[in-house]
Design a protein around this ligand. Structure first.
Ligand SMILES: NC(=O)c1ccc[n+]([C@@H]2O[C@H](COP(=O)([O-])OP(=O)(O)OC[C@H]3O[C@@H](n4cnc5c(N)ncnc54)[C@H](O)[C@@H]3O)[C@@H](O)[C@H]2O)c1
Length: 441
């Protein structure tokens, strides 16, 4: 049994309180709002949510839940504190951390007088960097103590949905604990020991970002479904038939496929079909901002890669891979072709290798595309990777057909490697040889 204080008795705090109490843990809730504190003291849930009152009844009966406005008492009588205060938007959209800062100041002052070690678990949704740059300094300043030595801070996002919050608490998609020392997270891990969900331990900023990644994706799914439904309705197509069949594909649609952070999409279908769809949207006088933003987003991604290469200030560029994906010679709308075109336009001396691309064998629309985009491509193509490596000051890895490690092993010290598929920063061979940065590879 762990004793846990929960700061912020809103939806997250209250659900967490009663669910942890139902597992036998002793809970002290803390809130600024005296009415919420009083309701819990009276054995009443401060929120309306399925199953919460039942869990509250048994927790009160068993003496496992109480609430107070006395922060010091809550800290002194518990080992672990959860922060689940609100993080609303400011008028301009910026995350408002006022409640987080205030609660850290309150907890820190209480920690100042606490003798034993204490765990602080941030559960409020905050942007990457907030726990390390706002929460930890605020706790250290108010307590006069040192994180890691006198108390431990970790980030543990909450994935419950209002309306099914209790069920979601007990069956989350996963539990994520972000910390700088997984050896110290055991009291937090143990609180979730009975849940049958994968547990991931990550650096703190990754844990903070996972929550935003999930919520952004959920929002995009809703907007996508609504926009597709809107076009369907305008065209007299039944949106439910389309949506049901779309969702039944768990290989490509509702699946991890296409969700790897990497380089832009291309090829003979996705750009063309999105263009046709968004043109149709305009003809129908509809406004579907999500669909209309996809091609511009993809173009920005290619520009980012070009900027990354241009910022190195080197002229001789070697590109490994040109087709839109490995194992094909299709160059139509390959993002690598578009990238090469940008580099050439900026006056760079580019050489290209792609095992599958042979101009002699290229016919039809594929040949036409490349003739239009890079008419002198024949003079840029090399048949050996070694020729690229001897030419280039910057080697751009555009294909997964050549393993990154193999390319890296053959680089000269002063050569840069830019792997557009990993979205990582350029690496310089001589830098990477130093053990301090070898993790970059
Ligand atoms: N509501 C959800 O479904 C949900 C799900 C996952 C994550 N989250 C995140 O969890 C956090 C909390 O969300 P919520 O919906 O429970 O918020 P809420 O607004 O319902 O509750 C926050 C509570 O914190 C209290 N509070 C503010 N400052 C305090 C302080 N210094 N000391 C003690 N209590 C204080 C407030 O009085 C309020 O009762 C937010 O960051 C939110 O984004 C919410």
């Amino acid at each position: 049994m762990t004793s846990v204080s929960i700061f912020g008795l809103g939806y997250v705090g209250t659900v967490t309180a009663v669910c942890l109490a139902s597992q036998g843990h002793k809970i002290i809730g803390v809130d600024l709002n005296p009415l919420k504190v009083q309701r819990i003291q009276d054995g009443m849930s401060p929120i309306v949510e399925k199953q919460v009152q039942e869990l509250m009844d048994s927790a009160s009966r068993d003496g496992l839940i109480s609430a107070t406005r006395n922060v010091s008492a809550a800290i002194l009588y518990t080992d672990v504190s959860f922060i689940s205060v609100g993080t609303p938007s400011q008028r301009n959209g910026k995350l408002d951390l006022t409640h987080v800062r205030n609660v850290c100041s309150d907890i820190g002052q209480a920690l100042r007088i606490k003798k034993g070690f204490h765990w602080v678990v941030v559960r409020s949704t905050v942007l990457p960097g907030t726990t390390e740059k706002v929460v930890v300094p605020a706790l250290e300043a108010a307590s006069g103590k040192k994180a890691g030595r006198d108390f431990f801070v970790c980030f543990n996002p909450e994935f419950l949905r209002e309306g099914t919050a209790v069920a979601d608490f007990f069956a989350p998609p996963f539990t994520v604990i972000g910390s700088d020392d997984p050896a110290k997270t055991s009291p937090v891990r143990e609180l979730y020991g009975s849940l049958r969900a994968p547990l991931y331990e990550t650096p703190i900023p990754a844990a903070e970002m996972i929550k935003y990644s999930c919520n952004a994706f959920h929002a995009i799914k809703v907007a996508f479904a609504n926009e597709m439904g809107t076009i369907c309705n305008s065209l007299g197509v039944n949106p439910m038939i389309v949506a049901d069949i779309f969702k039944s594909d768990t290989r490509l649609n509702i699946s991890p496929v296409y969700l790897r952070p990497g380089f832009a999409f291309g090829g003979s279908c996705l750009p063309k079909d999105l263009r046709a769809l968004t043109h149709q949207v305009r003809e129908l006088d509809l406004k579907l901002p999500l669909l209309e933003s996809v091609l511009p987003s993809n173009e920005h991604h290619i520009e980012r890669a070009a900027d990354m290469i241009l910022s190195l200030g080197k002229r001789k560029i070697g590109v490994l891979g040109l087709s839109f994906k490995p194992g094909t010679d299709d160059l139509r709308e390959s993002p690598l072709v578009l990238l090469v075109k940008k580099l050439i336009a900026e006056g760079h001396d580019v050489r290209i290798w792609d095992d599958n691309v042979s101009l002699g064998q290229m016919i039809g629309s594929n040949r036409q595309f490349i003739d239009e985009y890079i008419p002198h491509i024949g003079s840029l193509l090399c048949s050996e990777i070694a020729d690229i490596l001897s030419h280039a000051e910057v080697v751009v890895l555009g294909t997964s057909a050549v393993p990154r490690e193999a390319v890296f092993a053959d680089l000269r010290d002063e050569q840069y490697l830019v792997d557009v598929n990993s979205l990582s920063e350029p690496v310089l061979k001589e830098e990477i040889k130093s053990p301090a940065v070898s993790g970059k590879l």
